[in-house]
Write a protein that binds this ligand. Structure first.
Ligand SMILES: [Zn+2]
Length: 339
């Protein structure tokens, strides 16, 4: 099968890889219908994480090709969506809703879903079948549910977004934009998107942003305070993962408010004394996307949300290297790869 391999930072190739086969009775193999490039794939691409001939990709939708003897909830031929973390969905941590930290978790990045097929461990726990075969125009939105929508949704839930609340969103990548959409769906009264890019501002407004703040850092925090009677937002979504963005999120939150942080943390160090006196709640981490998949798939199926709008470039799998370049150079917010 064909699949994406990152040889080294900046060096992405599509080559022949071994087609996966069932190794355990709880596995499935799916034929991937669409996959995509994640903002987190840019960390190794830019040399911020180690990479050495690694298969790439952890987002996927597709059709079940083969199931192991113990798989009961999905069948061959089902169209399925799964999380970027495979989980049994039965352990104590999963049952509490934290499937991305399942005691048997398997990161899907290990298999590299930017490929024609993927192994899915814990198929019963990981995969959710759609109500039928989706229309082609629903596939981008279903793919978004696999990571960026589920992650933005978790960030909003972790930030305790709800009716009557003011929400600020730090980060205008796909996750931040879908955090805006989640905040709207969860009933936020006011949603402030922090973005400097006109095209992303426009999409944020389409997803429900009521205000845009272009400033960053201390100036960005000052603008959020101005917009909230000097108090800060009730709920802040952090979707970047840098020191600046994390501190911007904490400082933009009012005492007693909540930060939902989902940007993969890179060298973030929190100052204890400032955190102590801030009086904010912090909750985040790798999003337990599986918790939200049934609800998100239904919202997409019913055409109530259109998260697939975050994909602004679609390329064939063979052109993955161009997709990485486009995201690295910010010519694209998120790239869908057709398989
Ligand atoms: Zn588990």
């Amino acid at each position: 099968m064909r699949g994406v391999v990152m040889y080294a930072p900046g060096d992405v190739r599509v080559e022949d890889r071994e087609k996966p086969t069932i190794t355990r009775p709880t596995d499935a193999v799916i034929r991937i219908a669409a996959t995509c490039i994640c903002g987190s794939d840019l960390w190794p691409y830019r040399g911020a994480n180690e990479v050495d001939h690694d298969p790439m990709g952890h987002e996927y939708v597709g059709i079940v090709e083969e199931i192991g003897a113990d798989v009961k909830t999905v069948n061959v031929g089902d169209f399925v969506v799964g999380s970027f973390m495979a989980s049994d969905n039965t352990c104590e941590i999963c049952r509490a809703g934290y499937q991305s930290r399942c005691v048997h978790v398997v990161p899907m990045g290990r298999f590299g879903t930017q490929a024609e097929y993927s192994l899915i461990p814990h198929a019963d726990g990981t995969l959710v079948a759609t109500p039928g075969q989706p229309d082609a125009d629903l596939i981008p939105s279903l793919l978004a549910a696999s990571d960026v929508l589920g992650t933005g949704w978790f960030a909003a839930v972790a930030a305790e977004v709800g009716p009557g609340k003011t929400v600020a969103v730090v980060g205008d990548g796909a996750v931040g934009l879908l955090g805006v959409l989640a905040a709207r769906e969860l009933g936020a009264e006011r949603i402030i998107a922090m973005s400097r890019h006109a095209d992303r501002q426009a999409l944020a407004r389409e997803f429900g942003a009521t205000d845009i703040v272009e400033e960053r850092g201390d100036e960005g925090v000052a603008r959020i305070k101005e917009l909230t009677n000097g108090l800060g937002a009730h709920s802040v979504i952090e979707a970047v993962g840098t020191q600046e963005s994390m501190m911007q999120a904490i400082r933009a939150t009012r005492p007693g408010g909540h930060v939902g942080y989902v940007g993969v943390s890179h060298d973030v160090a929190l100052p204890g004394e400032e955190l102590f006196f801030s009086g904010v709640h912090l909750h985040g981490g790798p999003a337990p996307v599986r918790r939200f998949l049934p609800e998100l798939i239904q919202l997409i199926w019913d055409r109530r949300i259109d998260p697939g709008r975050v994909f602004d470039l679609t390329l064939p799998l063979e052109d993955a290297a161009e997709g990485y370049r486009a995201m690295d150079e910010r010519r694209a917010t998120k790239v869908l790869l057709t398989v």
